[in-house]
Write a protein that binds this ligand. Structure first.
Ligand SMILES: Nc1ncnc2c1ncn2[C@@H]1O[C@H](COP(=O)(O)OP(=O)(O)O)[C@@H](O)[C@H]1O
Ligand SMILES: [Mg+2]
Length: 248
């Protein structure tokens, strides 16, 4: 089993898009997949078009059984959904002992999945810290703009600090250039910049190109493979999935 957090401190870099489409690609490849949403936007349930009664709120706050809190989203794909109630839990967690490991404590006995993907929130915060403490691998989607690239460096610094605090062997495993448009000069410059950096050059995944079909698909509660299989977005997420199946 591999637990992978998908995180960038900057919003709108493609975290949710990557989580949903990578998750479904892995599920279509026959892997057992769980997506965990820890964002108060609750986008994952909406993008997958599923309804739910219990969520990560009940798992963390009420210690509800895991099986009651998940929803079957697709064949081989379960979702532990989230909504705005998670922000109440985040506030209460401040008073909890060992609060940085609450998610890990509730989920570490779960062994029925090949992949657990955690769709992180934008920014810092206790829930993201929980995700980083629970995961074994870290994927950072970086859109081709200054603040997103800056977000990558912030993540790198944050996990360095967490490593010091918890002696955890966490590092960035994969950087996904997202919203890639080869016609834009800035895009090429950023990709060359990553590839030229000794620290990052082996972590760069196949690109996710800009594709409006990706955002349209979510409006229909569908993954890109259900909405438009013959699209750039579907092709690119399949390449990403292959990279993840190789072990990242
Ligand atoms: N490669 C892409 N091409 C076009 N639109 C995209 C792409 N990736 C994401 N989007 C759209 O951009 C917005 C932000 O993406 P999202 O995955 O929600 O980012 P995050 O979870 O990091 O905030 C969404 O509306 C999404 O549909
Ligand atoms: Mg998101």
């Amino acid at each position: 089993m591999q637990t992978i957090a998908i995180y960038n401190q900057k919003g709108g870099t493609g975290k949710t898009t990557t989580t949903i489409n990578l998750g479904h690609a892995l599920a279509l490849a026959g892997k057992q997949v769980l997506i965990i949403d820890i964002d108060d936007q609750g986008n994952d349930a909406e993008c997958l078009g599923v309804k739910f009664t219990k969520s990560i709120y009940h798992l963390l706050k009420d210690e509800a059984p895991f099986e009651e809190c998940i929803t079957t989203a697709r064949k081989n794909l379960d979702l532990l959904p989230s909504d705005e109630t998670i922000s109440q839990v985040a506030l209460e967690m401040v008073g909890w002992r060992n609060r940085e490991n609450a998610l890990k404590k509730r989920l570490e006995h779960i062994d029925k999945y090949d992949y657990i993907l955690i769709d992180c929130q934008t920014g810092l915060g206790i829930l993201n810290e929980n995700a980083l403490n629970f995961c074994q691998k870290l994927i950072v989607p970086v859109s081709m703009e200054y603040l997103s690239v800056k977000g990558l460096f912030k993540v790198d610094k944050l996990i360095y600090d967490l490593r010091e605090d918890f002696q955890k062997n966490l590092k960035i495993d994969l950087i996904i250039p997202t919203f890639v448009d080869d016609r834009v000069k800035r895009t090429k410059e950023y990709i060359e910049f990553f590839e030229g950096m000794e620290h990052f050059k082996d972590m760069i995944s196949p690109n996710i190109r800009i594709d409006t079909k990706l955002s349209e698909s979510f409006a229909h509660g569908k993954t890109i493979f259900e909405y438009y299989l013959n699209s750039r977005g579907a092709y690119d997420h399949i390449q990403l999935c292959k990279r993840v199946l190789e072990g990242i």
